[in-house]
Write a protein that binds this ligand. Structure first.
Ligand code: GLU
Length: 345
């Protein structure tokens, strides 16, 4: 039988971690080849290429590393891969997913997965997640959906997925929207139709700096006041509630927004920022008037990545279009709870 080609890369993370000696903490040591050996079923589904591109805890990944992983993934597709799977740590998975998604201009699925339990832990979830991720990457109904995160039997869209639990097996969710799909009896089933995607060109430069600050009660303005002096090219604020800051912060934001792009997101972990509800100093209406842009449904960390990528290709003028458009969320809102879309049998 002529099986499709599938490319898998390991980057590290808990899925690749084990302890060298009893009583020691786990560290990334398990190669992609060894991970794949735990799920021999994959070789009955596809002709697999597997590479270990890194063995890092995901907190130590960076944009340069991600750009080289992206170019590896694109090359695999050019060589005929029907889909690509990347295993990595879960701590930054919600950020790497959206980073890749903005840059993944291919129809073939790019699927990210990891594990909450390390390789030798009882009930390790890595093998099941890897097998599920391979199924999603090979499924016809996953095409033209960009980058997806597969964890614990669920498929999440890159734009909405968040790590919402530090240690639980069910650590990932998409607040408001829920998973975009599920694996049911090994079948990849989508709950919603694919959304229209807005991809960006590769950044021409990578030295731009975007700060992310969180508003908190009675916070001073010291860091905020120094953002320009420190050479930042953009600022994201995880604001209170629907995208608010204190009066003191609002005054400084006005100065900053005259010079560099400022995004206001919500620190709540769920829901969108407002646009036209509150009028007090520091409210969303006030901050928009002062030149800031509201993040909508995009969480602060993902907003920072969008701004970094836009700055990298000198398209920061399009920031409001990318944020207001909310393309990746549109179908989600219109069809939450809708039909199982184009099931893969
Ligand atoms: N819990 C994290 C993981 O799933 C820890 C380390 C990391 O993100 O690399 O991988």
């Amino acid at each position: 039988m002529n099986l499709p080609k599938l490319a898998i890369a390991a980057l590290g993370g808990t899925v690749s971690m084990q302890a060298r000696n009893a009583g020691e903490g786990v560290i990334p040591t398990v190669s992609g080849e060894t991970l794949l050996a735990c799920v021999p079923q994959v070789t009955t589904l596809a002709r697999v290429t597997v590479e270990t591109l890194g063995l890092l805890p995901s907190a130590s990944l960076n944009f340069e590393v991600l750009l080289s992983v992206l170019s590896w993934a694109k090359y695999q597709v050019e060589q005929g891969a029907a889909g690509v799977v990347i295993t990595q740590g879960t701590d930054t998975l919600e950020e790497t997913a959206v980073f890749f998604d903005y840059l993944w201009d291919r129809d073939e699925p790019l699927v990210l997965t990891g594990a909450m339990r390390s390789a030798q832990q009882a009930g390790a979830d890595g093998p099941a997640n890897l097998l599920d991720a391979c199924r999603v990457a090979l499924a016809d109904n996953s095409r033209r959906r960009g980058v997806q995160v597969v964890m614990n039997g669920q498929i999440h869209q890159a734009c909405s997925v968040r790590k919402t639990d530090s240690l639980a097996l069910q650590a990932f969710s998409s607040p408001v929207f829920g998973p975009v799909g599920l694996l049911i009896e090994d079948v990849v089933r989508y709950l919603r139709q694919p959304t229209q995607r807005m991809c960006l060109p590769l950044p021409q430069h990578t030295t731009q700096k975007v700060a992310l600050l969180e508003a908190s009660l009675s916070a001073d303005t010291l860091l905020l006041e120094n953002i320009l002096k420190l050479g930042y090219d953009g600022l994201v604020i995880a604001g209170f509630g629907a995208g608010h800051v204190s009066q003191k912060w609002a005054e400084v934001v006005e100065h900053i927004a005259e010079k560099i792009p400022v995004i206001i997101a919500t620190r709540t972990g769920s829901g969108a920022t407002a646009r036209a509800s509150y009028g007090f100093v520091g409210s969303e209406m006030d901050l928009i008037g002062k030149g800031a842009v509201m993040a909508g449904f995009l969480c602060p960390r993902k907003a920072r990545i969008l701004l970094w990528l836009l700055l990298g290709c000198q398209r920061q003028d399009e920031l409001a279009r990318y944020l207001n458009n909310d393309t990746c969320f549109q179908n989600q809102r219109s069809s939450v709870g809708a039909q199982l879309a184009g099931d893969e049998r």
